[in-house]
Ligand binder design. Sequence first.
Ligand SMILES: Nc1ncnc2c1ncn2[C@@H]1O[C@H](COP(=O)(O)OP(=O)(O)OP(=O)(O)O)[C@@H](O)[C@H]1O
Length: 704
Amino acid sequence: MVSVAFSDKYFNSLLKLTPNEQSQANKAVMLFQQDPQHGGLHYEKLTAYKDNKLRSIRANQDVRIILAAAEKEDLYLMLYVDHHEPAYHWAAKRKVEINPSTGSVQVYTVEEGVQSEGSKSSGIPDQPGLFDAVRDRQLLQLGVPEDSLPLVRSMRIEADLENARDRDQIPPDAYEGLFMLLAGATFEEAYNEVVPAEPEAVDTEDFIAALARPESQAHFAVAEDEEALKAVLNQSLEKWRVFLHPAQRRLAIGKKNGPVRVLGGAGTGKTVVAMHRAKWLVENVATEQNKVLFTTFTRNLATDIQQNLNKICSQDALQRIEVINLDTWVISFLKKQGYDYGLLMDSREERRLWEQAYSEKPASSALSMAFFQEEWARVVQPQSIGNVEEYKKASRIGRGTRLNRQERVDIWPVFERYRHLLASNHLKETDDAYRDARTLLEAQPDLRPALCSVIVDEAQDMGTQAFMLIRALVPAGPNDLFIVGDGHQRIYGKNKVVLGQCGIDIRGRSARLKVNYRTTDETRRLAVGILEGISVDDLDGGEDSQAFYHSLMHGPAPQIHCFASIDEQAEAIVEQISVHKFAPEACCAIARTRKEVDALKSSLESRQQSCHVLDGRSAQTAEGAINLATMHRVKGLEFDTVFVASTNRGLVPLEFVVDGAADPVTRRQRENEERALVYVSLTRARKLAYVYGYGVLSPWFDRD
Ligand SMILES: Nc1ncnc2c1ncn2[C@@H]1O[C@H](COP(=O)(O)OP(=O)(O)OP(=O)(O)O)[C@@H](O)[C@H]1O
């Protein structure tokens, strides 16, 4: 019995074979693991190739598996599988090496005849080299293989680097360092990103040690026994289950000395990290009595996460984790304590109460009702202000309207009345429920649920009271909190948090993911462009940035089009689905309001396109039906194709929301949220995104 490792590219090549060939290849690997010398496998050394570690075995008469042998260690790396000719062609120029600087296992092609001077990859000889300012020694430190130095020196334009990556001439870890340099990072920044923890002395022959490093595990999965082999073959179809980016793996595993915060643009695998963290915790820290709580902001994301955890955790481990959205948790907790309130969720009801409370406003005041609602959400609730004395002293930083002490005293009755109305209707706002639950836990610690850790996804939409409750749920200590979010996707504006002010100290334990695994770079760029110039917080009072955020996939730039009517827009959606043979259930048409979603639904249905509206309670989308959703509803989801629809002037940004702001600061906040909604919508697309509108297009997309 030998150990077998698979490269991620092995699975890419496997998936291109017929199902029958795939199963023959799987059988060959299983047999090989038991007995590499088995006669039926025709284990062969490939001589006269670039790398003398390369071997082949037969999956059938025609299909060959290319592997690299670390024979002394009884370890074999499965690299590629294909029909006879292309398989050997693939192997001819490949090398498998342990990089002497980074210690990672790298697979790359070596081309003859690339000179450091003279021959230029892009054929633009007069242009300076992309990396002229960087020394050879530094390139090697970033993990560029020595063989690839001439190629890197010959690069003149960005496309040269991308081409080299696509042709495997630059291994992915080295590409990342080079990409960062190109995007303006200093050598030190790039180096710290690629080699955050320098391996001790690297033994370039020790593949077992090399495969244990996170850099290698981003692209290799090891199966030491038959069970592990079956698991890898089974899980490999969904790469996120097996191959984590080194930055993701470092976050997911190991003891952490306190709360960890993970930021990252859309699609950078934050939820994936959070799920792997949960898996590590349930396997290494949690017990039956001391579980892991995985919380989300929205309900439908909790369901998705539960389903995905089922795929990576054993049945036994799943017993030690609870996935739930925070509102549901808090209400069920409070109900058990005899709490007799409902949560105020209905916006019409909320408006009705505010209208009554607003009647308490002094006649001399010109402040609008919108002002009071904002003031409540941004000042009174986050600071738990319960009386006029506290309100007089409250911090109002970031509010656009000044109020002196007397003015605060004058308007306080409006808030008092609103609170009274909530109480007499047996209603609580979610922030109240969070506060009540925390107060209960602090007064009676024995009520505290038995938890070793709380994981928080979508943290950007949880506010101060939510985090103060989360802090109270689990004692401060190692592995206590793992918080994942992205301020660029904050779409429920009432909430904004500074973790440090909630007793959550993340200093020295924070990371930002940069590789977008979901969206093509063309779609990502359009989405990021919508947020340009906006300052976004890092959940802890600082500023976040999207520097070095990039996608590795490419595709057509999103098509932007304005139609004459909603019917023409629907017609175009139906036509694109039919022309490109999209599976409708893998597409989603997203509009800003529920009313617009309904109008689009009617128009699509009148064209015999069945629809499935996502509303949080909806079941699986039936085959042949296109998903429809509001921009709020698609947070956390993903689809092959996305139609960001009805991006009309007045709807995007939603005029009455922005214009209803009581002051310029709130107006800007609301407009930023509208931008975030578009960013979220576009970044749901795995393959293609369309931006459609009708009448007059949104100024954000109107290029004329
Ligand atoms: N290491 C990985 N290898 C392959 N695919 C990955 C990896 N990490 C994440 N993905 C995939 O990328 C997509 C986005 O991942 P995920 O939903 O975790 O990102 P996110 O940062 O939480 O996104 P968002 O903030 O936009 O909701 C998913 O399809 C996921 O399976």
